[in-house]
Design a protein around this ligand. Structure first.
Ligand code: IPE
Ligand code: IPE
Ligand code: MG
Length: 248
């Protein structure tokens, strides 16, 4: 074992599934064909994550900023979410996957909200892979809703100002029950966070690949995980300090 690297698999992986539109364009297809192909990729990645015993994956399916896309694309995406959820949920349940959505679901149609709620209820007792889907999510929205919750609790005298610290803020954010993502993957060539898990990725290892999301597969996931296992996570310490802890 390389004493300077983690040499371990990540427990929680956050993924920005980007590049569906460009994938479709490169094949002369409409953008929605890229989104459909993207759903297939996600399905395979979930199966693979179950196989390799990952604890959790959190995928960015729709950002709050994505509402700015043409209505036709947004409508097609919403339709795709409903059909994908309804067709996949049984299999996910069979595979012991626990499904959770993060983001403001109240903006969705009641049909989609029902599918979301039903899928969460069905899989709530599962203790295998946690699949978190970020839909109408943004990192800043998440932080603002945490501020609001905390402010309300202070106003109601449930907590005092002195109770507010990093641990308590983390508990008010999405993914409060999860360890922060160890590994952040973004496909599609852009090297940006695009308002994803801003607080939670404070110490994630960031992996960017040019591969467009529909072309991302288990082999490429392995490459990312292998890259992760070679990182030395220092959390502010010196390399020597980290090596000492690993060797003790
Ligand atoms: C990501 O792929 C999927 C969503 C944002 C819903 P894009 O649709 O952003 O694909 P590109 O970046 O245009 O290729
Ligand atoms: C981020 O991708 C959101 C999702 C993958 C759902 P975008 O394609 O929307 O990001 P930008 O606009 O290029 O930053
Ligand atoms: Mg994009």
């Amino acid at each position: 074992m390389n004493a300077t690297s983690t040499d371990t698999q990540p427990e929680h992986v956050a993924i920005v599934m980007d590049g569906n539109g460009r994938w479709a364009k490169s094949k002369g297809l409409p953008r929605v064909a890229g989104h459909r192909a993207g759903v297939k990729t996600l399905r395979k990645l979930i199966e693979y994550s179950v196989k390799i015993n990952l604890n959790a994956i959190t995928v960015y399916a729709f950002s709050r900023e994505n509402w700015q896309r043409p209505d036709s694309e947004v409508d097609l995406l919403m339709g795709l979410f409903i059909s994908a959820l309804n067709s996949e949920v049984k299999d996910l349940h069979k595979n012991n996957v626990k499904l959770t959505f993060i983001g403001d679901r109240t903006a969705f149609s009641s049909k989609l909200q029902n599918s979301i709620n039903d899928s969460e209820t069905l899989t709530s007792s599962n203790d295998g892979l946690c699949l978190n889907i970020a839909a109408n999510y943004s990192g800043r929205w998440d932080i603002v809703q945490a501020y609001q919750t905390i402010a309300k609790e202070i106003q109601a005298n449930k907590i005092s100002l002195e109770d507010v610290n990093e641990t308590m803020v983390s508990k008010k954010l999405s993914l409060a029950d999860h360890k922060d993502p160890d590994l952040f993957i973004r496909t599609g060539g852009e090297q940006r966070i695009s308002n994803y898990l801003l607080w939670q990725t404070a110490y994630s290892e960031l992996y960017f690949t040019d591969t467009l999301w529909p072309d991302f597969d288990a082999n490429q996931f392995d490459i990312a995980i292998d890259w992760f296992s070679k990182r030395q996570r220092r959390f502010g310490k010196t390399p020597e300090q980290v090596e000492q802890t690993q060797n003790s």
